[in-house]
Ligand binder design. Structure first.
Ligand code: TYM
Length: 332
């Protein structure tokens, strides 16, 4: 295979339109890593159905997500780009790992607790089991590093626990992965309530920027972003709105906190907000054009995901066979 390169696995759920948080916390970071590592970037459609999806929207979003990966600069020649449901090993390994995972550890997951808060008895078992499938995704590829935003760290921890437990019960089978969180942009906050993570499921649309938001919408949302009455561009815990906008600017432009603070000293927020908006627009606009190009070329997307799933199936099945054998299943 690709020599001794370390392995990266990551993915995004096609369950809603992607936000600037997904882009800065995950995709932008992947693009930087693709030269150095052997990378698997996956469209997590099995995870998307843990909440109800309209079939035609799921189909459209899955292809659009693939187009977003490509448009952002993930090179299909260098990386394996594929769709999770095209590799049945994920579901099979997910089941085997479910059988050695505890209800107790799953019920402690904060994402599950948040999402299930108002659902009572009608919460799907898939949502509860979600982290086990995620562990399967990662462990099947003998992954060293998982580049994700901060909100996924707890899921990474349990993936490590699940992998270590299997190794202990059945002898060494999996590489135990590490999380890899970007230095800047690992948690982009909501622009209306900067104590919360920016999320596509938020009700107030001014709280988030979508990757596909047109420039004038981006400008309007940044302009409306919550700040404070201090009027100083400073990076601290008292000015969470400003801090978030600074983080966005830093992650896109590579400027440091000090450079930004100095540049806007004594200038108030108007120029600063304007520059943040322009930075986002100039980052996203060319990507949007490419996304539209790729989504219009279904045959090309099909070529990419078919080729990706061939390689992914091959690698994942090797690990799956080991798991089956160690568990005691009769070889097929
Ligand atoms: P998902 O689809 O919710 O989010 C995809 C990626 O975007 C990051 N992210 C953010 N980063 C910074 N600021 C934000 N506001 C923000 N919002 C989201 C997430 O941390 C994530 O990296 N469970 C995963 C999908 C998954 C997966 C995997 C990831 C399934 N199997 C295996 C890695 C490895 C999820 O729901 O991501």
């Amino acid at each position: 295979m690709e020599g001794n390169k370390k392995v990266i696995f990551s993915g995004i759920k096609p369950s809603g339109d992607l936000t600037l948080g997904n882009y800065l916390g995950a995709i932008k970071n992947w693009v930087k890593l693709q030269e150095e590592y052997e990378c698997y970037f996956c469209v997590m459609d099995l995870h998307a159905i843990t909440v109800k999806q309209e079939p035609k929207d799921l189909r459209r979003r899955s292809l659009e997500l693939l187009a977003i990966y490509l448009a952002s600069g993930i090179d299909p020649e260098k990386n394996t780009i594929f769709i999770q449901s095209h590799v049945p090993a994920h579901s099979e390994a997910g089941w085997m790992l479910t059988c050695s995972t505890y209800m107790g550890e799953l019920s402690r997951m904060t994402q599950y607790k948040d999402k299930s808060k108002n659902s009572g008895e009608s919460i799907s078992a898939g949502l509860f089991n979600y982290p086990v499938l995620m562990a399967a995704d990662i462990l099947l590829y003998q992954t060293d590093l998982v580049p994700v935003g901060k909100d996924q760290l707890q899921h990474l921890e349990i993936a490590r626990d699940i992998g270590e437990r299997f190794n202990r019960i059945y002898s060494d089978t999996f590489v135990i992965p590490e999380a890899y969180v970007p230095k800047s942009g690992a948690k982009i906050m909501d622009m209306q309530d900067p104590t919360k993570k920016m999320s596509k499921s938020e009700e107030n649309i001014n709280g988030y920027i979508l990757i596909m938001d047109p420039p004038e919408v981006i400008r309007k949302k940044v302009n409306r972003a919550v700040t404070d009455s201090l009027g100083e561009v400073k990076y601290n815990e008292e000015q969470l709105g400003v801090k978030n906008l600074m983080t966005i600017l830093m992650t896109i432009t590579g400027m440091s906190i000090k450079e930004i603070e100095e540049k806007y000293e004594g200038l108030g927020y108007a120029q600063f907000k304007n520059d943040v908006a322009e930075a986002i627009v100039s980052e996203l606009e060319p990507i949007q054009v490419k996304i539209k190009g790729y989504t219009g070329n279904k045959a090309y997307l099909e070529e990419i995901y078919k080729k990706g799933s061939e390689k992914a199936n091959y690698v994942a099945n090797k690990t799956l066979r080991k798991m089956q054998k160690k568990i005691g299943f009769i070889p097929r």
